[in-house]
Design a protein around this ligand. Structure first.
Ligand code: SF4
Ligand code: SF4
Length: 166
């Protein structure tokens, strides 16, 4: 995620206010950019671009382009940053809100679409092949229980998720 000289023109106050007005959102103002979240984050340590502190700053400034960033989806919701933030910022809630907004705006990353499609089709995030089942048998691993996608399909259809993955 990079800033450029046109960043200032991308400030969208309604985006910023929407986040500040969500339940618990006002606490975003308390972030004083200490960077402890980024320093504690296992994903940050293993990627060049995912920086929770920077995402928070972009939100504080109202830079809506953050919704287009695939980085948003890299948080694994481990809660380490939430536990350590000296200002009580619930970063995981912020990321969830941002991901919901990104989805509504049509910025669902391709990889997420593929995952959703797989759950819709197979009831799990990937299809179990005969080869995998054979390998499990060889290793004397127990059978994997049947997965039913029916409940997920109902939710996807009711919430409009199916339209996003078409
Ligand atoms: S740890 Fe908290 S206060 Fe510090 S940068 Fe992260 S969100 Fe802001
Ligand atoms: S909850 Fe997300 S942002 Fe926070 S430390 Fe874990 S992976 Fe990083």
């Amino acid at each position: 995620m990079a800033y450029d000289k046109s960043t200032i023109s991308k400030i969208d106050l309604s985006f910023k206010n929407e986040l500040l007005n969500m339940p618990g959102g006002e606490i975003l103002k308390n972030c004083f950019q200490c960077g402890l979240c980024t320093g504690s984050c296992i994903v940050s340590r293993n990627t060049d671009t995912f920086r929770p502190r920077q995402i928070l700053r972009m939100v504080q400034l109202g830079i809506k382009d953050i919704l287009k960033a695939d980085d948003l989806w890299r948080c694994v919701t481990c809660y380490t940053c939430v536990e350590r933030c000296p200002q009580g910022v619930k970063l995981t809630d912020v990321f969830t809100a941002l991901k919901n907004m990104a989805t509504q705006e049509g910025y669902l990353p391709k990889a997420m679409k593929e995952l959703i499609k797989a759950i819709y089709e197979f009831g799990r995030i990937y299809e179990m092949t005969d080869v995998q089942e054979f390998e499990r048998e060889e290793l004397e691993l127990p059978d994997i229980p049947e997965a039913s996608p029916l409940t997920f399909r109902k939710i996807a259809e009711k919430t409009g998720l199916t339209k996003l993955i078409d």
